[in-house]
Design a protein around this ligand. Structure first.
Ligand code: SF4
Ligand code: SF4
Length: 309
């Protein structure tokens, strides 16, 4: 079990936002959804990706010289007048990363064994006990690498470490659902109640997600709901009202965390050769009044709601 590998793009120690207490959050690569507002675009694809931070690049040319496939070129036609990277030619050999002393290049995502992840997780064991924290597995989508995630959860449990899974809720396999059923706590995203709108915003309909949430509620799992509130996409009073009414029917929901739209992840899109889908969002701000109104709507339905989380 300990030698099973998963593709991981980050491990953050000392987090207070991914569940209760102090936590180590393990970010897995690969997600079945394509949310327009995704703030972790480096978690979408399953494979490792080359990241280029143009601001750090001094155009020394060392990476161009070592690249065996000719994937990198100086190109003043790029918006930043720095390098042009042909990602179709890149084989992820990492040679360019090794010669770049400016930290302008990096490969995001690497295979790690359960044992390797546990060695990092265990460093903060004492703090988990003191703070009521533990490990949170997020991404990307943890159920999309079910064998690895399940093995990691079980290894944590063997060591009496609390486990949380941060999930989009979209899994159609028994193995993926088993991940959700095994975790001590679920941070479960709800991105809208209308199936057609949900598909437009995320690439998939929400029936599977709603069904999985109902099943997990029946299994008496501890659930914190996370709702990203995106202007013009899912912030209508009608959607918030319907979401609150639905969630109030689920006894296991401990809390609702509302996450107002932000652009913290925007810069990462360009670094991995992607285009930010909400570049031209007309209104890009959820006002404090609208945030408070959403909290009150959930409260009217008997749900404890808060901003952030
Ligand atoms: S090695 Fe680094 S600093 Fe030099 S050109 Fe390549 S990316 Fe830029
Ligand atoms: S990772 Fe390898 S193939 Fe890709 S750009 Fe860098 S040197 Fe070239």
């Amino acid at each position: 079990m300990g030698s099973l590998t998963g593709v991981i793009f980050n491990i953050v120690r000392g987090s207070f936002v991914d569940g209760y207490g102090l936590r180590t959050t393990v970010f897995l690569k690969g997600c079945p959804l394509r949310c327009l507002w995704c703030c972790n675009p480096e978690g979408q694809k399953f494979e490792p990706e080359l990241k280029f931070v143009a601001a750090n690049c001094t155009l020394c040319g060392k990476c161009i010289n070592v690249c065996p496939t000719g994937a990198i070129a100086k190109n003043v036609a790029t918006p930043d007048k720095k390098l042009a990277i042909d990602r179709n030619k890149c084989t992820m050999c990492g040679k360019c990363v090794d010669v770049c002393f400016e930290n302008a290049l990096d490969i995001i995502g690497k295979r790690m064994t359960v044992d390797e992840v546990m060695a990092i997780v265990k460093k903060d064991e004492m703090y988990y006990q003191q703070s009521g924290g533990g490990v949170t597995i997020g991404g990307g989508e943890p159920t999309a690498q079910p064998e690895f995630t399940l093995a990691l959860i079980r290894e944590c449990k063997k060591n009496y470490i609390h486990t949380a899974v941060d999930t989009c809720g979209y899994t159609v396999t028994d193995e993926g659902f088993a991940v959700l059923a095994e975790a001590d706590l679920l941070l479960f995203d709800i991105k809208g109640l209308d199936p057609a709108e949900h598909k437009k915003n995320t690439g998939v309909s929400n029936e599977v997600i709603i069904d999985n949430l109902r099943r997990l509620n029946s299994l008496k799992k501890s659930i914190i709901i996370r709702i990203p509130l995106i202007p013009g996409h899912n912030d209508s009073e009608d959607n918030i009202e319907k979401t609150a009414a639905f969630l109030s029917s689920l006894k296991q929901v401990e809390r609702v965390d509302i996450i107002p739209y932000h652009k913290y992840g925007k810069i990462k899109y360009g670094e991995i050769g992607m285009i930010y889908p909400l570049e031209h969002l007309a209104n890009d701000f959820i006002t404090p009044e609208a945030q408070e109104k959403a909290i009150q709507t959930f409260a009217r339905h008997g749900l404890r709601a808060q901003i952030g989380g």
